[in-house]
Design a protein. Structure first.
Length: 295
């Protein structure tokens, strides 16, 4: 973090970690009262309304070319429609919060492995070892959890698609992204996410909603905590030069998400699964903490 950064930014990593981890639990908490893609479309619609209001007040600059609009929309579709959509579908298929969070925590490793090859660089052995440890830890958690509840193959498929979405979106942003005002980029991204998920809602879901305090609380938390505060802190840390710290936070997300899910959703993690979390976390940390990769 640069010396010119505001003091409050020192607390950003911890707050971001809490928002990101508990977002998984909040989503699954609300899915008992609404279909997954309908839930996601409702969340996106609310965020778009908020961002549109902010846009009208702040009047930030718009993208300057058709290409910039296209790249923003593609990243928005991959990160919002595909990533979040497949996360919600995996929860709906019965996948545990901790297991999904662990699978998705491999994202910074995959980005670190693929991105250098786009520019012709060499990927070091530490990233490959980190990926191996991450995958090993994930297998340990999955096997340990299977003793309590048989995992859903469909849930794993959705989780893999979610991992593809967030990895593809990150890589696309890394290669084609241009710096935009956060209100503009979020407005376009969430609008693209809403447009991307809406046809599937209309085609495959009844769009029936059972309004309860649990659903209202879950939706409010996801809109304010995850979409606005979480994304806002992420952008602030990146602008402050804390990209490496953000990547390193991913290895803490699965155990925190699993712990909260244990308390809120009664999703028990056996001792062997916690060991798998540690192994996977070590792999993610190893792969993302090296600034200069050894070939």
């Amino acid at each position: 973090m640069s010396s010119s950064s505001p003091r409050w930014l020192a607390f950003a990593p911890g707050i971001f970690l809490v928002m990101w981890s508990t977002g998984y639990v909040a989503a699954k908490f609300g899915l008992g009262f609404i279909e997954p893609l309908t839930f996601l479309a409702l969340r996106f619609a609310c965020v778009v309304v908020i961002m549109a209001a902010l846009f009208l007040v702040l009047r930030p600059p718009l993208p300057k070319s058709r290409a910039e609009w296209t790249h923003l929309a593609i990243v928005g579709f991959l990160l919002q429609s595909m990533y979040f959509g497949m996360c919600y579908m995996s929860f709906n298929a019965g996948l545990a919060v901790g297991t999904l969070a662990l699978i998705l925590s491999l994202q910074p490793i995959l980005v670190g492995l693929v991105a250098p090859r786009w520019s012709g660089e060499t990927v070091g052995w530490q990233r490959w070892i980190g990926l191996l440890l991450g995958l090993t830890g994930a297998v340990i958690v999955i096997v340990a959890r299977s003793e309590i509840a048989v995992p859903s193959a469909l849930g794993f498929l959705f989780a893999a698609l979610a991992l593809f979405g967030i990895t593809g979106g990150s890589l696309w942003e890394k290669r084609y992204g241009v710096s935009h005002h956060p209100v503009t980029s979020n407005l376009v991204a969430f609008a693209a996410g809403f447009i991307g998920v809406l046809p599937f809602v209309i085609a495959f879901e009844s769009m029936q909603i059972t309004w309860t305090w649990q659903l209202a609380a879950s939706l409010t938390y996801l809109i304010i905590g995850s979409s606005l505060i979480g994304v806002g802190l992420l952008l602030a840390m990146i602008r402050a030069g804390d990209v490496s710290r953000v990547s390193a936070l991913f290895f803490l997300v699965p155990p925190m998400a699993a712990a909260v899910a244990w308390v809120v959703l009664d999703e028990v993690m056996p001792p062997a699964a916690w060991f798998g979390m540690v192994v996977a976390g070590a792999g993610v940390f190893m792969a993302t903490s090296t600034k200069k990769v050894i070939a």
